[in-house]
Design a protein around this ligand. Sequence first.
Ligand SMILES: [Zn+2]
Length: 145
Amino acid sequence: MYQFSRGIYRELAPLVERRNGGRGYLEDQLRVLDACESAIRRLASDRQYFAKPARSLFSDVRSFFPVARQHHVYRVIEHYVTLADEFLAALPPAGCDADGNPVQCRAMTRKGTPCQRTPLSRNGYCPSHQHLAETEHEEAPALAA
Ligand SMILES: [Zn+2]
C-alpha cells in the first residue's frame, strides 16, 4: 500500500509551506508523510469504518500548505485515495488466491482426496495438518513424542 502514500507525499512534499524562514520545514514534511501513511494504512485495515478518507487526510495536513495550494492538495489526495480504494476493492477476498479461487490445505486426507479445509497463511496447511508443515523443515524443533 506504500505506493499510494508515497505517491501523495512525492507530490505534496515540495508544496509544504516554509514558515519561520524554513525552520521546521523538514519536520513539517515528515508530519505530512506520517499523516499520508496512517491514512492509507487505515484505509487498508479499516475501510468499512473510514467514511471519508480523502477529506480526513486533507484536514490533517491542510495547515502545512499555503491557502492558495489547498485546492490542488485536496485533488492530489483525492486522486491517490481513489486509486488505493480501487486497488483494495479489486483484491481477492480473504481465503482466496490471486485469481479469486478458494485456497485449500495442501495435505491429502486418508482417503487420498485433497483436504478441503482453509489453510493458515504461514504454511498452507489447515490446523489439523500443521504436523505436516513441521516435518517439512529440518530446522523445525522436533515434537515431543
Ligand atoms: Zn488439512
